[in-house]
Design a protein around this ligand. Structure first.
Ligand code: UDP
Length: 448
């Protein structure tokens, strides 16, 4: 009882990066730590601010982000993140001084790996800080390699090298390196250096786990001079946390109820990726020609030049009829858990990858940029639970969908995915490694 009261009086300030794939794990971490007795404050920007009503157990602190409409509409996410870091430092500094003038209540600041300004604020206020990494350990290693390759003049690489393995980075090839499409190399590298190097935090929390990335975690532990706590998958440790910025369309659950077991291919490219009209046309005909039922998330604005699905090819929707369901945003974790879903065509964002693994759903991997390429390679070549889609062409899409849902190869991938799911489940149970690391993290925070 004394311990519980002691923890309640300890406040943790959590600073998420305002992008969907980063907000989700930070809110999940908040839920996990709140259930361990800590009081949680989410310090957030106005841009993509989380909805306080979905988390009455947290306090929310708005940091004026100083972003202009132009910053937001530019679509250049790397510059957006750099601007947030630049604009928010002083505001957070002042806000914390007002909230807790003698720093008696706040035990530490936990910030997203991309929100390095919060770490600087903590150092300035003499508060301990911890970083939350929301991508895989392999991605961190790949970024270190990218910076080294650049220094050696090997990046940008020649097309002829794209299928070569990167030295010391097995199984990644040059084309799997997490290079950004949003900014020039120098700008992206600047963000990478701030996020992966020169950190002052006392520890790193990582949304990954031993059973997925054991050797990679050992490697990153050697590079980081502070303790690492791999506590994943956070969405299963805190299953009811909601962080959706878009409204989920639940009508697709009723549609799934009408489909047969393992028959549906679920298609979603996450919250940032976008497609050209030509790519969407190939996707549409590929899905149609596969003759399998599909649930397709088309996020508003994700098809260049249109608001939603106006650019889908003529005749496609009528042709597929009830066999296809298209929504703007889905309750993805529930969709993946539905018995009708037999495969996930994904861009391989790290959250989507973990969510698919946790439901034992094999994947079609079509990464678009950044860490998605690393994750896709691991899904298809390390865990062998997914098919890599090389070209976005209708014949290849049709083949991949049929192979995954109907073929023997797909069946074997499904079996491996189910085995991986079992392993992951054991790791999060009492006595499992994620469970133990969480206890150690709580002890560390209590020692501050
Ligand atoms: N997501 C969702 N509904 C959708 C599509 C995605 O709730 O229709 C969620 C998904 O469950 C995941 C997050 O959005 O938690 C996307 O994160 P991810 O790291 O996979 O990709 P990103 O959006 O960062 O590219």
């Amino acid at each position: 009882m004394k311990k519980e009261t002691e923890r309640r009086s300890r406040r943790l300030v959590l600073v998420p990066c305002p992008l969907q794939g980063h907000i989700n794990p930070m809110l999940q971490l908040g839920t996990i730590l709140e259930s361990r007795g800590f009081s949680i404050t989410i310090a957030h920007t106005s841009y993509n601010s989380p909805n306080p009503e979905t988390h009455p157990e947290f306090s929310f602190l708005l940091i004026p982000d100083g972003l202009s409409d132009r910053d937001i509409s530019s679509g250049d996410l790397i510059s957006l993140v750099l601007n947030i870091n630049h604009n928010c430092k002083e505001s957070l500094n002042q806000l914390i001084q007002q909230e807790d003038p003698h720093r008696k209540e706040i035990a530490c600041i936990i910030s997203d790996e991309l929100m390095y300004f919060a770490e600087a604020v903590a150092a300035n206020l003499k508060l301990p800080s911890i970083v939350l990494r929301t991508t895989s350990a392999a991605t961190a290693l790949a970024w270190s390699a990218v910076l080294e390759l650049k220094a050696q003049g090997l990046i940008p690489f020649q097309d002829s090298r794209s299928h070569d393995l990167v030295p010391k980075l097995h199984p990644l090839r040059f084309k799997d390196l997490p290079i950004s499409i949003f900014a020039d190399f120098e700008t992206a590298a600047k963000l990478a250096v701030y996020s992966y190097r020169n950190r002052t935090s006392s520890a790193v929390i990582w949304n990954t786990m031993d059973c997925l990335e054991q050797s990679r975690l050992l490697q990153v532990q050697q590079e980081h001079k502070v303790p690492i706590f791999p506590i994943a998958p956070m969405h299963t440790i805190a299953p009811h946390t909601s962080g959706s910025l878009l409204k989920e369309d639940r009508s697709c659950m009723e549609w799934l109820d009408k489909q047969s077991h393992n028959s549906v291919i679920y298609v979603s490219l996450g919250s940032i990726a976008f497609l050209s009209e030509k790519e969407v046309e190939e996707m549409a005909w590929g899905l149609d020609n596969s003759e399998q039922p599909f649930l397709w998330v088309v996020r508003p604005g994700s098809i260049s030049g249109s608001d939603w699905i106006e650019l889908l090819p003529q005749g496609f929707r009528n042709g597929v009829g009830e066999r296809g369901c298209i929504v703007k945003w889905a309750p993805q974790k529930e969709v993946l858990a539905h018995e009708a879903v037999g495969g996930f065509w994904s861009h391989c964002g790290w959250n989507s990858t973990l969510e698919s693994i946790c439901e034992g759903v094999p994947m079609i991997c079509r990464p678009c940029f950044g860490d998605q390429r690393v994750n896709a390679r691991y899904v298809s070549h390390e865990w062998r639970i997914g098919i890599e889609l090389e070209k976005l062409e209708r014949e290849e899409i049709e083949r991949a969908v049929r192979k995954l849902i109907l073929g023997n190869e797909g069946k074997e991938m499904r079996e491996r995915a189910k085995d991986l799911k079992e392993k992951v489940t054991v790791y999060t149970r009492e006595g499992g490694s994620s469970y133990n690391f969480l206890n150690e993290l709580v002890n560390l925070i209590m020692s501050f």
